[in-house]
Design a protein around this ligand. Sequence first.
Ligand code: GLN
Length: 197
Amino acid sequence: MRIGVFALQGAVEPHLHKLRNLGAEGFTVRTAEELATCAGLIVPGGESTTFLRLIGVYGLRQPLQDFAAAMPVWGICAGSILMAREVENPPQESLGIMPIRVRRNAYGRQNESFIGEVTLNLPGRAPITQESVFIRAPQIVAWDDGARILAEHDGKPVAMRHGRHLTTTFHPELSEPEHLHQYFLNICDGANSRASA
Ligand code: GLN
């Protein structure tokens, strides 16, 4: 399965490595043509304002929204900010892929990055507690009823799924083992076999 990692900016290589470990073909995506060949797309962590500027420069807003309307997308940290319907602190544009509202840099300046315990509650599996890396992370502060919370830290949701879309405010590409990458591959597998049925 070919899984794209959006590579205009941000933490791309660790995702390619995880995908390889799981037997999937990870490749970098920078154009609408490359996007069209993916079975799913990972939008990695980075800086959401820089992503937005480059998405504008390369005319990728509509192609990303069209892709997300039919295909699985997983946004990580800055990726979750891009996927949100609304962004605060400060308000900024986003792609509106998931019905969530996120608050940027929600853990404050003095505590911008930390490692915390996250308990993953993935469907059909016993809860898994993992050390997880938060880097100038946002918080999900509101969401629609249809969204499923997959993980919490300190009583707040840090991983959520809505339909074929997944978001994590921390960086699973920096943790072992790769439960969430496998979970995303399962979403892609399900979505693609439905599409070809
Ligand atoms: N604080 C960054 C932003 O607002 C996100 C940081 C990250 O992706 N690690 O875009």
